[in-house]
Design a protein around this ligand. Structure first.
Ligand SMILES: Nc1nc2c(c(=O)[nH]1)N[C@H]1C(S)=C(S)[C@@H](COP(=O)(O)O)O[C@H]1N2
Ligand SMILES: [Mo]
Length: 521
């Protein structure tokens, strides 16, 4: 093999390895967040750093294609540098690896310094770089073997042809497979990431209309100010997330549409703009997951902004005999909700667009989800919802029903101790035992605490926002030295008290008293 050919193959090894870096980084970013894409970050950084004159030149030359032109330019530069790295590695290892390392370091810096990025977003690039370096080392070793074998063949002038062919094949196979896989899978992931960043951007810039009917001010007495108690309103960043989506769907609101189909007199179609044009209402409601264990935290309370589903159903006019609405997410998830609940004038079942004063976070259903006070999420709270089919429980079922969960899922009366923490140590004296209790749509009227085998003592309940939300409670406990067991039970507005029977989450929600042990010193 002549030196020129050897250099070209080494350059190819470098380019393939760079494709592996980017491909792996894009695929990982598709799962952990589009902000992790080194291509996106470096491109954005270049745009930010470019002097205004350079931008004008690019726009002058390429018009609205300026971003594509920039990407192409970056691609050419990358190919050249990667080629050089391959040649360096073949000639003077590990210089090529060092060049890869420096490039990856710069890309990681670009990624983590983007607005809103965290150190975690650097992980895809780091993992990608490690994979790329491994491929580079293997390719360069195979290339060296191929060259050595070819040189031997020339020297002895006899048939070691099969050996040379094998060495060549092992180099080319890896180069082709790694290059092609990175290009194809990486481009697919890049497309997903590009859409995700576009949708993130649209969401950030979106201003929702004000509610026609604003939620009444939260009563001052609804919050108890105690260290360690769950806040009355759960911030979006802390709101539990449960869904079957590996990475949350990216929906451009301009492309979003809801259809109401099935057993209706009039099929209804609603765009996002039309939805925002309707009179929206605000409502605070507690949402909880049927999988929540006693004492668990798969429950949150938020201020939702949305349009009452009952109004849409009025427009669609359900036919006689229908008793369920099967809501479908763009990702295929479905939930079966009793039609009567969605039609009920006293239940604020919403097609929600806002959560705590912001557009829905993407992982909580952007641009539109359902929220139905009083029902577990799996039978009501479809995120990224695109279709409501009016149907019957006899002929349709939601996603979780054939998987061992009940077709209907009213939320069970529950209470939880937030503070002190289970198995913690506290000082003797007055200890605030506090937490939350909920029975959405029914309301909580009392909470009692029992220490060891003592009597059940009534806790002080904070004011209620409405029957649809949880209530904070506190019991000032005169704690004496020793190990103590504390348990809690709530009574709902109908006078029903939580029973002592323990039930696991499946098939329709956990039951039992939350119980902790603390050591008083
Ligand atoms: N598209 C979709 N929507 C979904 C789910 C899902 O898996 N996919 N899970 C449901 C379940 S089980 C719950 S508890 C709630 C959780 O909503 P959150 O993630 O906003 O807290 O969403 C519901 N909506
Ligand atoms: Mo759930």
């Amino acid at each position: 093999m002549n030196p020129r050919a050897a250099r070209l193959w080494a350059a190819l090894a470098g380019i393939v390895s760079a494709a592996v870096v980017l491909g792996v980084a894009e695929v990982l970013s598709a799962f952990v967040g589009a902000a992790g894409s080194p291509l996106f970050a470096v491109g954005s950084l270049v745009i930010d750093l470019a002097p205004p004159g350079a931008k004008d030149v690019m726009i002058g030359l390429f018009g609205t294609g300026d971003k594509a032109a920039l990407l192409a330019l970056m691609g050419v530069i990358l190919v050249v540098i990667a080629g050089i790295a391959g040649i360096l590695e073949a000639r003077t290892a590990p210089l090529g690896v060092v060049l890869f390392g420096v490039g990856a370091l710069l890309a990681v810096i670009a990624v983590v310094t983007r607005a809103g990025a965290t150190g975690f977003n650097g992980v895809p690039t780091i993992v990608g770089a490690v994979a790329g370096v491994v491929v580079l080392r293997i390719l360069i070793r195979r290339l060296a073997n191929w060259r050595a074998s070819a040189a031997r063949q020339v020297r002895v002038l006899q048939s070691s042809v099969p050996a040379t062919q094998l060495e060549r094949r092992s180099f080319l196979m890896l180069a082709i497979v790694a290059g092609a896989a990175s290009a194809v899978i990486g481009s697919g992931a890049r497309l997903i990431n590009a859409t995700a960043s576009v949708v993130t951007d649209i969401r950030t810039k979106l201003t929702l209309p004000r509610a026609s009917i604003a939620a009444p001010a939260v009563p001052a007495g609804a919050s108890i100010n105690i260290e360690g108690i769950t806040p009355l309103i759960t911030p979006n960043a802390d709101f539990y997330r449960i869904d079957t989506a590996f990475s949350p769907p990216s929906i451009n609101p301009d492309d979003w549409k809801l259809t109401i189909t099935g057993m209706v007199e009039n099929e209804v179609e609603l765009t996002f703009a039309q939805l925002l044009g309707r009179p929206l209402i605000e409502h605070v409601a507690t949402l909880s997951c049927v999988s929540n264990e006693v004492g668990g935290n798969l429950v949150g309370n938020a201020l939702w902004l949305g349009y009452p589903i009952r109004e849409l159903l009025k427009q669609a006019v359900p036919k006689a005999g229908a008793d369920m609405v099967l809501s479908t997410s763009i990702d295929g998830f479905t939930a079966g909700t009793p039609l009567a609940v969605l039609q009920d004038a006293g239940t604020e079942a919403l097609l929600a667009v806002g959560m705590n004063g912001e557009p829905l976070p993407i992982e909580h259903g952007f641009p539109v989800r359902m929220v139905v006070p009083g029902l577990y999420g799996y039978v009501s709270a479809t995120k990224w919802v695109v279709e409501l089919k009016v149907t019957t429980f006899a002929s349709d079922e939601g996603y979780w029903t054939p998987r061992g969960w009940s077709a209907k899922g009213p939320v069970k009366l529950s209470s939880r101790i937030d503070t002190p923490r289970a198995n913690s140590s506290v000082k003797a004296g007055t200890i605030a035992v506090a937490g939350v209790a909920w029975s959405p749509h029914t309301g909580v009227k009392a909470v009692e605490v029992q220490v060891d085998n003592g009597p059940w003592v009534e806790a002080r309940l904070a004011d209620s926002i409405s029957a649809d939300t949880w209530r904070q409670w506190v019991y000032e406990w005169p704690a004496t030295q020793g190990s103590h067991q504390i348990q809690v039970r709530a009574t709902d507005a109908n006078g029903t008290t939580q029973g002592s029977t323990q039930m696991p989450p499946a098939p329709n929600g956990a039951e039992g008293w939350d119980r902790i042990t603390v050591t008083v010193g």
